[in-house]
Write a protein that binds this ligand. Structure first.
Ligand SMILES: N[C@@H](CCC(=O)N[C@@H](CS)C(=O)NCC(=O)O)C(=O)O
Length: 213
């Protein structure tokens, strides 16, 4: 198999999820940074490849895949070692629900384009934008804690990492950058700590990626 190419950005939570997924599956890939701060994702050239103008995008097996959860699902079917989504229907629904609580309900409200629109088009000051960020994270994480706690072990579901942890770790990295208090979420913190001890997670950390010049 030719080496997959990940269109990546070191601080992108969604790309961070895919880096973790690829590492957990033991798939070597080439990272191709897209400089979000210079709006490279909005260029005609990039949009011709990914009309949504987002990272991540993964070129693999002659396919061009977008949407981090769809990519994780692809990787899980393509490389069944170390499953990210359990096989049993109810467990599968639970893990996907936790993943979506992060990827669909917390993260999009705080995406770069949203914060940029607030600043550039609505003239909202930094302090208010930060408050917006913290509000949506602080509303989403208690719900996730309550969803996870009954069936969590070392990770959000049981004792092996799943897609839910793959989504959690980048979200908490981001929350810390914005100084969101996390002490009320012991289940999330335990899963995050255990995940970060695994090299597949640690190697995907933003500090270990190429930063576009
Ligand atoms: N739902 C998409 C979200 C992708 C996404 O939001 N990517 C962000 C970086 S984390 C992005 O490319 N933002 C560019 C922008 O906001 O202009 C996924 O899960 O892949």
């Amino acid at each position: 198999m030719p080496k997959p190419i990940l269109y990546d950005y070191y601080r992108s939570s969604a790309a961070y999820r895919v880096r973790i997924g690829l590492n957990l599956k033991g798939v070597e890939y080439e990272s191709r940074p897209v400089n979000l701060l210079e709006s490279a994702q909005r260029s005609d050239e990039y949009r011709a490849l990914n009309p949504q103008g987002f990272v991540p995008m993964l070129e693999i097996d002659g396919e061009r895949l977008t949407q981090s959860l769809a990519i994780l699902n692809y990787l899980d079917l393509r490389f069944p070692n170390q499953p990210l989504i359990p096989a049993r229907a109810a467990e599968r629904a639970h893990v996907v629900a936790m993943s979506m609580a992060i990827a669909c309900d917390i993260h999009p409200l705080n995406n770069l384009r949203v914060l940029k629109y607030m600043k550039d088009e609505l003239g909202i000051e930094q302090e208010a934008r930060d408050a917006w960020y913290r509000h949506w994270v602080s509303e989403g994480l208690p719900a996730l804690e309550a969803m996870a706690a009954p069936r969590a072990g070392k990770f959000l579901f049981g004792d092996a990492p799943t897609a839910a942890d793959v989504c959690l770790v980048p979200q908490l990295y981001n929350a810390r950058r914005f100084n969101v208090p996390l002490d009320d979420y012991p289940t999330l913190l335990r899963a995050d700590e255990n995940a970060n001890k695994i090299e597949a997670f640690a190697a995907a950390h933003p500090d270990r990626q190429e930063v576009p010049a």
